[in-house]
Every structure is written in C-alpha cells, then in structure tokens.
Design a protein around this ligand. Structure first.
Ligand code: BGC
Length: 416
C-alpha cells in the first residue's frame, strides 16, 4: 500500500541523517487523551510515528469531551501558533474547515482511497467543500452501559433490556447498599447520559428531531419532560461525591465493585482493559436499555493545521499512519472504539469491540446511526453548550423537569 508513505518515510530518514534538520521531522499533537486507558491507546499512535522517525511533541489538555482542549486550541491559533495536529470532533472540525485553517489532505486521501473505506457518516465531518480536512481515528458511541459483573451476580440482576428493568436493577442495588450508578458530575458527562436517555425515552425520530433538526416542538415536548424525569431518577441514584468527578474515576468505581453501572461512551472500556479486566468475565457492556438498535456516535479525528499552504510531510505521514488498517485495528482494540474504516477485520477485538462493530454496521444500514449531541456530532458547539447548561442545571436540581424543557427550547433557539 501507500506509495506516499514510502516516499515520506525515506524522505524522513534522509532528514534524520541530516542531523539538525531532523528537528523538523516532528509533530506537535494537541489532544485530551489523559486517562490511563486513553494514554495506552495514544502510545500506539506515538509508537507508530516514532518507528517512522517522526518525533512526537505532546500537548495534552485534560478534560473529557475536549471542551478545555478546544479552548486551548483557540488561544494557540489566535496567537499564530497552531499545533501541527489536533484531536477534534464533528462540528468543531467543520467550523475550522470553514475558517480555512486546515491543511488539504486530498492527496494522501486519494492515494490511499479514503473515499471508498471511510463510512459516509464520518466523511460528513472529515471533508469540507470537497476537501479532506481531517483524518478519522475511530468511531466511539455514547449509548453504552458498563457494569461490574460480580456486583450484578451477587444481587441477582440480569442485563436490563428496558428502562423499567433498569429502574428495578437500580432499586435492587440501592436496597443492598451498593451505589447503583457511578457518575461524574461534569456538564459533558451529564450530557453523555442524556444522549442515551433521550434516545431511549423518545426513540430515533425524537432524538433526530430534537438534537439534529433542533425542532422546537420536539425540544418542548412531553417526551422531553419524561427524559428529564428519567435524568432525575439517575441523579437520585448516584453517590454523594459525584460532583466534578472525572469520568475515569467513575469507571474505576465500577471496576472496583463500588458501584454497579456507569453510562458512558466506549472509551470507558479502555479503563477496564488497562486494569486487566476481561469483558463477560469481570465486566459487562451493553446498550443503554431501549437503545439496542440505535447508535449515537462520535468519531475522534486529527485535523492538520495549515503550516503555510501545503500539507507538511510529517502531517501527511501522520494522516497516513492513522488511516492504515493495521493501526486502525491496533489502536481501537486498546481505545475501546471501533475502526473508522469499513474494511478492518474484527478478529483482534474483544466481545464488546465485536459488538460495537456489528452494531455500527447494522445501525448505519437501518438508518439508526445518529451523531452524539454530547460529543459534538449533532449540532454546532454553540447549541451543544446551550444544551449542556440546561441538562446540568436540571441534573443539579436547579430546574424541575418542566422548567428544564422551557429553558431548553429558549436556549437552543438563542444559540442558533
Ligand atoms: C472522545 C474520546 C475520549 C472521551 C473522554 C470523547 O469526546 O471522543 O476519545 O476518550 O471524550 O475523554
């Protein structure tokens, strides 16, 4: 494969021999992969590049979901010092594309046939004006539940299929003195749970109308009020110290048997694997009850900032490495996500990864694949942040469900 990669690799080897010029063969990568599982996955990418003689300058910005990373990015770009490569999600990528800030990756994309192997749902966020402007690393999805198997077994709880089953399971754990739900009270985590709860409460048409079409009627509906009521039930079943907790510490509570469930995207699996836990044996992964046929996805991509008109050799090499089938398998096996190409075998993936790949293909085929609101794939950042504010204020008891619905309608209308 990859003629360009070969040229690039030998060019870089020549640079390395040239000594001082070798400094140039480096990428600065801004990202928010700072938890144990995320760092393990990032090492796969670092290792891949280093094996090609490309140095890695790390620019981590802690904060799940990337809100803080995007703030740092804006400051860097404003001061004329954009990093070479930046982790980004959905509408944020299109926004930078519209500003003309990103390098054109069409040459590497054409040489490697990205058009044929990257799913359409991802291409919609990786191309602007016909040009590839970012390299998709993975596909995550947010409508997952992670459970401690021993805790469920000890309490006679089977995998809940419906919201009512879930309520019963939570009540059983609560009565047994176990924290039913591990949660970190940060806006993006509240919103991640809301993705799944809204989908489960109203179904795919409702999710699309409310979050993707931003339809006032759906946003202000009784169904939305019911979704907020379900969020209040979840709030009533987290522990007292949930506020501000990082997502991976909530995952650790499930790993350690201090809590039964966590509702979180499949990056949570990276934490279980990093703690040497085995799916089906130590932990269970299943779709949020009532969303078994749907997938709310988000895809991490790397945008390459324009370094003066052309894509640099290091940027092309990074983009090429990211899309290579072997990297897509090796990285996503560790990260908890699934490949951003449709032609990668599931052989190396564990049971949750295999299910993730199957669910993604089935949802795409049946029209049940939707961008995650919480992770920037349903609407632009301004609207997303407006929804975050309302969901979090309600979760923290500032609004009752009826008020939350009214606030949501107003906030989304103002933010558009
Ligand atoms: C990203 C994941 C990341 C998670 C938590 C999500 O927005 O897509 O890659 O692991 O945030 O940091």
């Amino acid at each position: 494969m990859r003629k360009l990669m070969k040229t690039t690799t030998s060019a870089l080897a020549a640079l390395a021999i040239a000594g001082s010029v070798a400094q140039a063969a480096e990428v600065e990568v801004l990202h928010w992969w700072t938890s144990g599982g995320e760092a393990a996955a990032l090492n796969v990418l670092k290792g891949d590049l280093e094996s090609q003689g490309i140095g890695w300058q790390d620019m981590p910005v802690a904060g799940g979901g990337g809100t803080e990373a995007m703030t740092v990015l804006r400051a860097r770009v404003t001061s004329g010092d954009a990093p070479t490569a930046v982790q980004a999600l959905g509408f944020d990528i299109l926004d930078w594309g519209a500003q003309g800030a990103l390098a054109d990756l069409n040459e590497v994309a054409a040489q490697e046939g990205w058009d044929d192997v990257v799913p359409a749902a991802l291409q919609a966020f990786a191309k602007y004006d016909g040009k590839w402007i970012s390299a998709p690393v993975n596909v995550h999805s947010t409508n997952w539940v992670w459970a401690n198997k021993a805790v469920l077994d000890a309490n006679g709880i089977a995998v809940p299929e419906t919201w009512e089953d879930f309520v019963a399971a939570v009540e059983t754990l609560s009565a047994a003195g176990v924290t039913p739900i591990a949660h970190g009270g940060q806006a993006w985590q509240d919103a991640t749970v809301f993705d799944a709860v809204a989908m489960s409460t109203g179904g795919p048409d409702f999710y699309k109308a409310a979050f993707i079409d931003m339809d006032e009627e759906a946003l202000g509906s009784d169904t939305m009020k019911q979704a907020f009521d379900r969020m209040a039930f979840i709030r009533a079943n987290v522990d007292d110290n949930f506020s501000g907790r990082d997502w991976n510490l909530a995952t650790a509570m499930v790993i350690n048997g201090e809590a039964g469930f966590q509702m979180m995207g499949d990056w949570a699996k990276g934490e279980f694997l990093n703690a040497d836990k085995v799916p089906g044996q130590d932990f269970l992964c299943f779709r949020f009850p009532g969303t078994q046929d749907q997938v709310t996805f988000n895809a991490d991509q790397f945008m390459m900032f324009d370094q003066g008109g052309v894509v640099s050799e290091e940027q092309a090499a990074l983009a090429s490495a990211i899309l290579s089938p072997s990297f897509q398998s090796a990285f996503n096996v560790v990260k908890g996500s699934v490949p951003a190409r449709t032609d990668v075998s599931d052989a190396d993936f564990d049971a949750c990864g295999k299910q993730g790949m199957k669910d993604l293909a089935a949802a795409a085929a049946s029209g049940n694949l939707f961008g995650s609101m919480a992770h920037g794939h349903a609407n632009p950042a301004g609207v997303k942040n407006a929804i975050y504010d309302v969901v979090t204020a309600h979760f923290n008891g500032e609004y009752d469900s009826e008020t939350a619905v009214e606030e949501l309608v107003d906030a989304v209308s103002i933010a558009q």
